[in-house]
Design a binder for this molecule. Structure first.
Ligand SMILES: [Zn+2]
Length: 113
């Protein structure tokens, strides 16, 4: 388990979040304003990326569709976080709020049927 701290332009949050979250298995994400009014701070608690065999976000292949700035979609590494949770955490285009996100521990104990 480790923590990733990011300070970036607020407009870059969706791209930065996808790149970082597609590389790890996040367990919590907090988003705050930076000292620079145009900036954002992200605190991501994560573990090394594991298998997506039980993932409910992707087709269990570790890849997912990602909305690009021009409105098109692209297959990118799965973040393991559903779109509504990404939106609620303020990590997608058009997000109007940002709430801390914490992984649901049910992932590892979910019944196979
Ligand atoms: Zn996945």
């Amino acid at each position: 388990m480790f923590e990733i701290r990011i300070i970036c332009d607020t407009s870059d949050v969706p791209r930065v979040a996808q790149a970082v979250l597609g590389s790890v298995d996040a367990t919590s994400i907090r988003r705050y304003p930076a000292r620079d009014p145009a900036g954002t701070r992200l605190y991501i608690t994560a573990d090394h990326r594991g298998s997506h065999a039980g993932c409910t976000v992707c087709a269990q292949d570790g890849m997912a569709l990602w909305l690009r700035l021009d409105g098109s979609e692209q297959r990118r590494p799965c973040t393991g976080i559903g779109e509504e949770d990404m939106l609620a955490a303020g990590l997608l285009l058009g997000a109007r709020r940002s709430e801390p996100w914490t992984a649901n521990d049910d992932r590892s104990t979910e019944a196979p049927f």
